[in-house]
Design a protein around this ligand. Structure first.
Ligand code: SF4
Ligand code: SF4
Ligand code: FES
Length: 239
């Protein structure tokens, strides 16, 4: 039988800080986010954390739960704390604003560095470009398009930890999605942007990003695609 109380250690402070322990009533179908919310609403209103949708759509509730980055709203306590113990920390590889809240600025700056925004070639006077759902073009672009920028992969990547300049799996997955977008016209600059020392060639294919992505996206496969495309562009003298 599951214990009637959870013992929850929560990170307090910023880069330096400490874990604080709380007792939280154990409930049926309880998520990790439910436990954090109970602490903030009932035990300590000064606890800072972030969430929005509670249904796995926004990605803002990602935290480190018992050592592993996860969406807390989609993680049932029963899956991760059979013994009734939880340790909850902010996402790794990002600066801590306070308690469980990280600063995502660098994460999204890397999307910009990887040319992660769509570069269209059409004008507003032209009709919508159509890419048929069943076409190969659409299917390759679809592989990584559902990324919601939660940073679970980024927080799980050893190379980001060793080299804070590394663009990381999410920005590179976004770049590869646009490389495969038949309507995009920015690939030469994009491939040049991701081919540097802090780009796709730094990935050591360890796959933590792919194992942990809650959307079942494979940034590892996207990065492998970028490595091939960047090498081909370099051989052709495009940058
Ligand atoms: S690739 Fe997956 S884990 Fe990484 S930011 Fe996108 S949705 Fe989150
Ligand atoms: S496969 Fe590459 S991007 Fe993904 S976690 Fe490993 S090193 Fe990081
Ligand atoms: S609160 Fe939106 S994904 Fe968890």
């Amino acid at each position: 039988m599951a214990p009637s109380k959870l013992s929850v250690s929560v990170w307090r402070g910023q880069e330096s800080g400490r874990f604080q322990s709380f007792e939280v009533p154990r409930l049926e179908s309880q998520t990790v986010l439910d436990a954090v919310t109970y602490i903030q609403r009932v035990l300590d209103p000064t606890l800072s954390y972030r969430f929005a949708c509670r249904v796995g759509m926004c990605g803002s509730c990602a935290m480190t739960v018992n050592g592993r980055a996860r969406w807390t709203c989609r993680t049932h306590v029963s899956r991760v704390a059979a013994d009734g113990r939880l340790e909850i920390a902010p996402l790794a590889n990002l600066p801590v604003v306070k308690d469980l809240v990280t600063d995502m600025t660098v994460f999204f700056e890397k999307w910009a560095r990887a040319r992660g925004s769509f570069q269209g070639g059409a004008t507003r006077r032209e009709d919508f470009a159509r890419v048929e759902p069943a076409s190969r073009e659409r299917q390759v672009a679809d592989a990584g398009i559902e990324c919601i920028g939660c940073a679970v992969c980024y927080s799980s990547c050893d190379v980001v930890a060793w080299n804070p300049d590394y663009l990381g799996p999410a920005a590179l997955n976004r770049a590869w999605t646009l490389v495969n977008d038949a309507r995009d016209t920015g690939n030469r600059e994009r491939l040049a942007a991701v081919a540097g020392d802090a780009g796709c060639h730094a990935c050591h294919t360890h796959m933590s990003c792919t194992e942990r992505c809650p959307k079942q996206i494979s940034p590892t496969a996207a990065i492998a695609g970028l490595k091939r495309a960047a090498a081909l562009a370099a051989i052709k003298g495009e940058f």
